[in-house]
Design a protein around this ligand. Structure first.
Ligand code: SF4
Length: 217
């Protein structure tokens, strides 16, 4: 089913690219962005990322050496500054401990092991960890976030947990690039077509097979 969903989403957004969707390509910026976007919009997270860059803090060692107070001031546009500055400091420290982002990307440790280590860092939950692993460390994983669960629930009527939907996808798709694209496409579709309120079913390529639409006719 997830392979079919992926191919339908590819047809829905034929010019989609992960880099354009993210808006940032540098791995550590994606790591920091994954923390900054928690409980806020990407617009606000992006403003905080810009301020980190202006302050010379989009580099793990520089960020890890900053004080929590100053960092909280720099990332203010993202909100929850105290919690996020503490999480960023822990994340930057973890990267530095491993010898930097490039070395982390070359590690032969399993994705599950890196995920386990990330989840030990206070302020890094499953969604943030999977986003970091997929988009900064190019690992084959995917977030089972609210967009993903909503799409599955609307198509099938089945309510799955974060971990259940993630495992269902990983049972069908294993290539890191496919998983990165699938998640970005799900989010695009969830924003542009299958919105939380008032989904635009007339513009949706899933309309023929969608439980939600059939039940509402
Ligand atoms: S048909 Fe409607 S409810 Fe179903 S997936 Fe498409 S937009 Fe969402």
């Amino acid at each position: 089913m997830w392979k079919r969903i992926y191919h339908t989403l590819e047809r829905t957004f034929p010019s989609f690219t992960v880099d354009e969707w993210w808006g940032v390509t540098e791995p550590f910026a994606r790591m920091a962005g994954s923390v900054l976007v928690q409980n806020t919009t990407w617009i606000n997270a992006s403003k905080a990322l810009d301020r980190l860059e202006e302050a010379g803090l989009l580099e793990p060692a520089a960020l890890a050496g900053e004080t929590a107070e100053r960092l909280a001031e720099v990332i203010r546009p993202a909100g929850f500054q105290r919690a996020k500055s503490a999480a960023l400091l822990r994340l930057a420290g973890w990267v530095v401990e491993h010898g930097g982002v490039d070395r982390l990307r070359r590690l032969t440790d399993s994705t599950d092991e890196l995920r386990r280590q990330l989840l030990l860092l206070k302020g890094i939950g499953p969604e943030t960890a999977d986003t970091i692993l997929a988009y900064a460390l190019t690992r084959p994983t995917i977030s089972g976030d609210a967009y993903t669960r909503r799409l599955w629930q609307r198509l099938t009527g089945e309510v799955l947990s974060y971990e259940q939907v993630r495992r269902a996808i990983l049972a069908e798709l294993t290539e890191a690039e496919d998983l990165r694209r699938l998640h970005g496409l799900i989010v695009e579709h969830g924003k542009a077509i299958c919105a939380k309120r008032l989904p635009r079913c007339s513009a949706c390529l899933f309309a023929d097979d969608c439980r939600y639409l059939h039940d509402s006719i």
